[in-house]
Write a protein that binds this ligand. Structure first.
Ligand code: PRX
Length: 637
């Protein structure tokens, strides 16, 4: 599809930006007109950031799946909606057209209905990267259920915490998932999670790996058997549920500075409008383009830029089941050539890890269909940016560095491919509709250029977080309480002499490991659960591949005799409590932590030690026991 809201040159960008600030309601109303609605909105926006309470497209009615699927059928029904590339290069890939995707979503929506799913129910999805994952998400949206996708790297304990928080009575999972050389037993992890969740009524299991699974009578059903029942019913048409613009579309859990992940809630209409607007503009998507986002759908990037925006735009989304480096480091490039990919969107971590293999894996790869390259999730260092630009884009493809967050729903700061200038390691300029602002610790605006501060947004955009599920006060405290009348991102930021924005990293206790957000408090809670651990403090440190690594300082009741063994045991506990993604890279056993007289841990000191910057530790005289710092320095691992 083509959209009138696609800006085509720098002047159009400037005009759109100015209009979006001067008259946001008219601006977004014009954008929203290009979508399919059951009923048009009465007014465009009501908002305050105090409670917070933000509503877009008030009393508008729609179903997002009619935008993702139905509207494309008449003209583009035979166009590929999803191209699926399996983990194993020897397995046949799949191409699913819009007609087929529409049919499959309808079928699975019937499965949900047959199992008693109703509008507003929460459904947890814990699957590998198979086409049935977006099919399940879209089927939920079709019947008005709220999906909560959980990334496959989270443990049973994390899943059960999320199930309880969301009150999810339905789960959709796979027997297992293929990831590189590994076979991950997803259903077994769900079974462990459900020991503590007897409120779960139904688990629908898709057979992907055919590993043995235990199917509990009265609770667990096979995906394919449920589909057979729908076929026997004659595949009745599921009328898409009419949703209010503000009805929740999904919950996605993410880490913050407290020990408990929060369920970020996105709306049906605002999310759709902004995700699609940003996709079409940032990547300069053209009809027929093949878009390959390498993220896992378990993260916001996959939600927005594998599933919802690409399908709303009538594009073709390539999803890949496996890892960039398996079976070899040329795998992504083979996929690009095989499927004639035009837009490649990946994370700096992936680029850095592929860079480490040198140029051999690129030999014989054409990469000549690529038009646009993108990065997301963490600051990209200049070296990785240039490598991507030179060796993958052959200096022909604009590189877009896209800054955004789970809470923002879509890309907020980014150059627009070929339309606005790029600058290595800079996210550059705000998208139309986005009003960034830098503030000092007191919340005073930092004006002018060549300045640094905390990044805030001063005006709502359509896909702003609506609430944290079940706890609105938490949403207020996390994002709207630090500075009055502003959304606070948690990121530090520099604005250069030309007004380009460069994200410098989190200013709260949140780590960004391989582009994944991990709260230090969560990791500490997990470590503290290990027997014999008295206390722990976790900080980040620069890591060549992951961006940030996790460094844990741990006090045990008794210093372990076999430190290596104890480290392995603690890692196992973190695996169990959160999942492999939160495993510390380094664990140092210490006898004390640097604390102020009021008992607060001075993380700044621990960070410096973890970074190896011993000389920059600074003043320690305010500490309860300054000698502890020397001990920690000496025992650094
Ligand atoms: O610190 C910023 C970093 O990732 C955080 C958001 O993480 P998450 O909600 O998991 O979403 C990641 C994918 C959108 C931000 O607060 N971040 C994201 N993109 C960039 C970035 N840091 C620098 N440059 C980026 N392009």
């Amino acid at each position: 599809m083509s959209f009138a809201f696609q800006v085509k040159n720098f002047d159009e960008y400037k005009q759109a930006y100015e209009k979006s600030v001067a008259d946001p309601e008219q601006f977004w109303s014009d954008v929203a007109e290009e979508f399919v609605w059951r009923r048009k909105w009465d007014s465009v926006l009501e908002w305050n950031f105090t409670q917070p309470d933000v509503k877009w497209f008030i009393n508008g009615k729609l179903n997002i799946t009619e935008n993702c699927l139905d509207r494309h059928l008449a003209k583009h029904g035979e166009q590929p909606a999803i191209i699926w590339e399996p983990n194993d290069p020897n397995e046949q890939h799949k191409v699913i057209t819009y007609n087929e995707l529409h049919f499959k979503v309808n079928q699975f929506a019937n499965v949900l209905k047959n199992n008693g799913v109703k509008k507003g129910d929460r459904i947890c999805i814990y699957m590998g990267m198979v086409p049935e994952l977006p099919i399940a998400m879209l089927a939920c949206a079709r019947v008005g259920a709220i999906h909560s996708v959980i990334f496959g790297g989270f443990s049973a304990q994390s899943i059960s915490d999320r199930l309880k928080d969301a009150g999810a009575e339905f789960i959709i999972t796979c027997d297992g998932a293929f990831r590189g050389g590994k076979d991950i037993a997803l259903k077994a992890i769900i079974d462990d999670a459900l020991v503590a969740c007897d409120f779960v009524k139904t688990v629908i299991v898709y057979n992907r790996t055919s590993i043995p699974v235990s199917m509990i009578k009265g609770r667990d059903v096979w995906w394919h058997e449920e589909i057979e029942k729908v076929e026997a019913q004659g595949n009745p048409v599921v009328h898409a549920e009419e949703m209010d613009a503000e009805d929740p579309l999904f919950i996605l859990y993410t880490s913050g500075s407290t020990g408990k992940p929060k369920g970020v809630v996105h709306s049906s209409a605002g999310y759709m409008v902004y995700a699609t607007y940003s996709f079409v503009n940032v990547f300069q998507y053209q009809p027929g383009d093949i878009h390959f986002c390498t993220a896992d759908i378990g993260w916001i990037t996959g939600h927005s830029y594998i599933v919802y925006s690409v399908l709303c735009a009538g594009g073709t989304s390539l999803m890949y089941e496996g890892l960039p480096t398996w079976p070899d480091a040329g795998r992504l490039w083979d996929i690009v050539d095989k499927h004639k990919v035009n837009i490649l969107y990946t994370a700096p971590t992936a680029i850095r890890s592929l860079m480490a293999y040198g140029l051999n894996p690129l030999e014989g790869k054409k990469l000549d269909t690529l038009k646009v390259l993108g990065t997301v999730g963490e600051p990209i260092n200049e070296e990785a940016w240039h490598w991507y630009d030179e060796h993958i884009g052959k200096k022909r493809c604009p590189v877009v560095d896209t800054w955004w967050q789970t809470e923002t729903g879509g890309i907020m700061l980014s150059n627009l491919a070929g339309v606005t200038p790029s600058k290595p390691s800079y996210a550059t300029l705000p998208l139309p509709g986005i009003q960034p602002m830098l503030v000092d610790e007191q919340g005073k605006e930092i004006m002018g250029n060549d300045v640094s501060g905390n990044l805030c947004i001063r005006f709502p955009w359509p896909s702003i977080i609506r609430t944290t599920y079940g706890d609105h006060e938490r949403c207020r405290l996390n994002y709207f309480a630090a500075y009055s009348n502003l959304y606070f991102t948690g990121d530090g930021c520099y604005r250069d002499a030309q007004g380009n924005y460069r994200i410098t990293g989190r200013v709260d206790d949140v780590l960004n490991v391989s582009g994944h957000r991990i709260g230090t408090a969560e990791v500490e809670n997990a470590i503290n659960m290990h027997t014999g651990v008295l206390e722990s403090a976790v900080v980040g440190y620069p890591h060549d591949l992951k961006g940030q690594g996790i460094y844990a300082f741990v006090i045990m009741e008794q210093l372990p005799e076999d430190a290596q063994n104890m480290r392995a045991d603690i890692l196992q506990t973190v695996n169990r409590v959160i999942g492999p993604i939160a495993r510390p890279d380094k664990i140092q056993f210490v006898t004390g932590l640097p604390k102020t007289r009021s008992g607060k841990i001075m993380r700044r000191i621990l960070r410096k030690i973890a970074e190896g910057e011993m000389s920059a530790i600074g003043d320690t005289t305010t500490l309860l026991d300054p000698a502890v710092v020397e001990d920690i320095k000496n025992g650094r691992v």
